[in-house]
Design a protein around this ligand. Structure first.
Ligand code: IPE
Ligand code: IPE
Ligand code: MG
Length: 257
C-alpha cells in the first residue's frame, strides 16, 4: 500500500476543488535555478541543488490534489549549450536525485518515467532513469515523467522519422496517418494531453517543452524562482486553472440581459 506524502512543513492543506477542475496532467518548467543562486552570490549549480526539494514537494502536492501526471522539465535538448561545468553537474546531479528520492517516490506510489532523447545523454543517467522506470512500473498513484534531454521538436521529428520508416516497410499506409496515429509515435503516447502548463521564474515561453501535448493546455506563469517553489505554488496554479473556461475551439452564446 502506498504511503501518504509527508505533510507540508507549515501545515498547508490542498484546496478543495471539484475533481472535474483538477488537471490530470501538469507540465512543469522548473526554471530560475541560476538566478536564484546568483542572487545569493552563489554559482548556478547551487540553484540546481536547491531545486531538488522543490520537485519532491510539488509531487507531494500533486498526490494530495489527485493529479494523475506531472511532467518535469529537467534538461532540454538546448541545455547542452551551457558550460561543461554546468552540464556535467546536472548530469551527475540527476543520477544523485534519482538515487536519493527513488525510495520515497516509490513508497508514495509514484511511477517514474523518462521522456527524452538518447543521443548525447550520459549513459549513467539513461541507466538510472531506466532502472527507476522498471522499479516503479506498477505504481498507480501518480506518474512523474522526468524530461531529460527532452525537446518538443526533436520528439516530433523523431516520431515523423519512425512513422516514415513504418510506411517504407509497408507496415502503415500514408493515407491512414492522422493525429491519433501520429501521437502513437511520441515518447509517452499513452499519457493524456497537458491540461496545465506551469512555468516558474517569470519567463513566458514554452522553451520547446511538450509542444504537441500542450496544444490546448492552460498556461500559468508564476513569478517565483524554482528553488523557492513548494506544493502551495502548484496549488495556486491549479486554483487559477480551475477558473479558466476551456473551449477547445467551440463556442456557446452566453447573452446577459
Ligand atoms: C532551470 O533553471 C534548470 C535547467 C534549465 C536545468 P535555469 O538553470 O534555467 O535557471 P535560470 O533561468 O538561468 O535562472
Ligand atoms: C527550460 O528552461 C528548460 C528547463 C527548465 C529544463 P531554460 O532556462 O533552458 O529556457 P530558456 O533558455 O530561458 O528559454
Ligand atoms: Mg532558465
Amino acid at each position: 500500500m502506498p504511503v501518504k506524502p509527508y505533510a507540508h512543513p507549515n501545515g498547508a492543506v490542498a484546496p478543495t476543488i471539484p475533481t472535474q477542475f483538477v488537471p490530470r496532467h501538469v507540465a512543469v518548467v522548473m526554471d530560475g535555478n541560476g538566478r536564484w543562486a546568483n542572487q545569493r552570490g552563489l554559482p548556478r549549480n547551487e540553484g540546481h541543488r536547491a531545486g531538488e526539494a522543490a520537485l519532491l514537494d510539488v509531487v507531494a502536492g500533486a498526490i494530495e490534489m489527485g493529479i494523475d501526471c506531472v511532467s518535469a522539465y529537467a534538461f532540454s535538448t538546448e541545455n547542452w549549450k551551457r558550460s561543461i561545468d554546468e552540464v556535467s553537474f546536472i548530469m551527475k546531479f540527476s543520477v544523485d536525485v534519482l538515487d536519493r528520492q527513488l525510495e520515497t517516490l516509490n513508497n508514495w506510489g509514484v511511477r517514474i518515467r523518462w521522456a527524452g532523447r538518447r543521443p548525447k545523454l550520459w549513459k549513467s543517467v539513461i541507466k538510472r532513469l531506466e532502472e527507476c522506470e522498471e522499479a516503479t512500473k506498477n505504481n498507480t498513484v501518480c506518474t512523474l515523467v522526468m524530461c531529460v534531454n527532452y525537446g518538443g521538436r526533436a520528439e516530433i521529428a523523431d516520431a515523423a522519422a519512425a512513422l516514415a520508416q513504418d510506411v517504407a516497410d509497408g507496415k502503415l499506409k500514408s493515407t491512414s496517418i492522422n493525429e491519433k496515429v501520429f501521437q502513437k509515435y511520441l515518447d509517452e503516447p499513452d499519457l493524456p494531453d497537458v491540461d496545465l502548463f506551469l512555468r516558474t521564474s517569470g519567463e513566458q515561453r514554452f522553451s520547446n517543452f511538450l509542444l504537441w501535448q500542450s496544444a490546448y493546455a492552460e498556461m500559468v506563469f508564476m513569478n517565483v524562482l524554482w528553488p523557492d517553489v513548494d506544493r502551495t505554488t502548484l496549488w495556486k496554479a491549479v486554483e487559477e486553472y480551475a477558473l479558466r473556461d476551456r473551449r477547445y475551439g467551440g463556442a456557446v452564446d452566453k447573452i446577459s440581459k
